[in-house]
Design a protein around this ligand. Sequence first.
Ligand code: ADP
Ligand code: ZN
Length: 435
Amino acid sequence: MERYFSENVECASREEITKIQSEKLVAQVKHVYDNVPYYRKKMEEKGVTPDDIKGIEDLHKLPFICKDDLKDAYPYGFLGVPKSEVSKIHSTSGTTGKRVIAYYTKEDEDIWYECCARALTAAGATKEDVVQVAYGYGLFTGASGVDGGAHAIGAMTVPMSSGNTDRQITFMRDLGSTILCCTPSYAAYIGETIAEMGIKPEELTLKSGVFGAEPWTEAMRKEIEASLGIKAYDIYGLTELGGPGVSYECYEQKGMHINEDHYIAEIINPETGEVLPDGEKGELVFTSLDKKGFPMLRYRTKDICVLNKTKCSCGRTFVRMAKPMGRSDDMMIIRGVNVFPSQIETVLLQEGYKPNYRIEVDRKNNTDTLDIYVELNSEKFSDTVKGLEIQEKSLAGAIKTMLGINPKVHLVPEKSIARSEGKAVRIVDKRKLID
Ligand code: ADP
Ligand code: ZN
């Protein structure tokens, strides 16, 4: 049995998981109360003390932590240990504009790498593999986490970092990389470049990929799997909770198993904060049970998704989270309708276009406008203006069926939309510039 398939916990009964979580929660609340004055104050305001928390059934009594709290307490307000105990820091990529700095003790690091090692193991990694890490190294958590996980497994780890795509492909071929780790948008770009170079997926030794750090659709998964000749696994995480490895997919690819011996997940109504019953869609909230350097109790992620507690056919009992649709921050309200970029991406790929697109939202004469720029696909190429217009109208119609609102589609030349080597930025909301 693989070292990082921890069957005793990953397949434990619900009672056993609850017991582990309850014991750790009681200790973690005390740790935070004693060491993080900012959160102690929040507990006092809510009239809760560590004595009120006897197990996970009391979790709902604790106050939430939001991104704004982290901003208020920046930089050291949520540090849970003396600075001399900190071995590492990371920072959010600032996708939503607000940077967060997270701190790790040596033990926090080891637990994080263990979580990533479980994710890689679930994607088929063993000591025999060559793991190419093409997430950006540096402040961003993506590379460090999977690098640490691959080291823990003892796999040969190739620290490429992101970018320099030709060199990625050269190393991939020369070293015989078997597992690729990067953002899904970068994986798609690497796949596209391989095709352009005339290399067939079967000429590569890749068998799987572990892709995360941004939302991606099932359609995108199929595209990547075909272009690289691999099985593509999803991995989820966020800086506030350590980074990637909070949850990961198994070969069933039906939701990401949350490392429940280290995290408790809740789904809440984002408007009211009320905890929602199993199976309902809402905002994900996480409590980290072990992290001492930057301990998060009831951290609101803004990610919208659904949890599934049924046992997976892979044998794991850890609860599964659906692919997040995107964060509530990414949700655009256009003419009163909620729109996620992932919905548009699904239609584009279904209609045979590549995942290279840009969404522009603006407001003209008090009406929201939605413009979608999509690259022409050489297979669907039409060389007449009339032909182009027909294609644009047909794609706009398909998107309207999905969203309920009419976009304006612009087919633009191939390669005219910038490719992403990290997290893709797909939305330009010009309305926000005016607000
Ligand atoms: P930033 O908030 O600056 O992007 P992070 O790197 O910490 O910094 O980003 C974490 C966020 O990235 C998550 O809250 C989530 O919105 C998104 N994310 C991470 N992994 C995935 C995934 N597998 N699927 C969808 N979204 C993801
Ligand atoms: Zn599973």
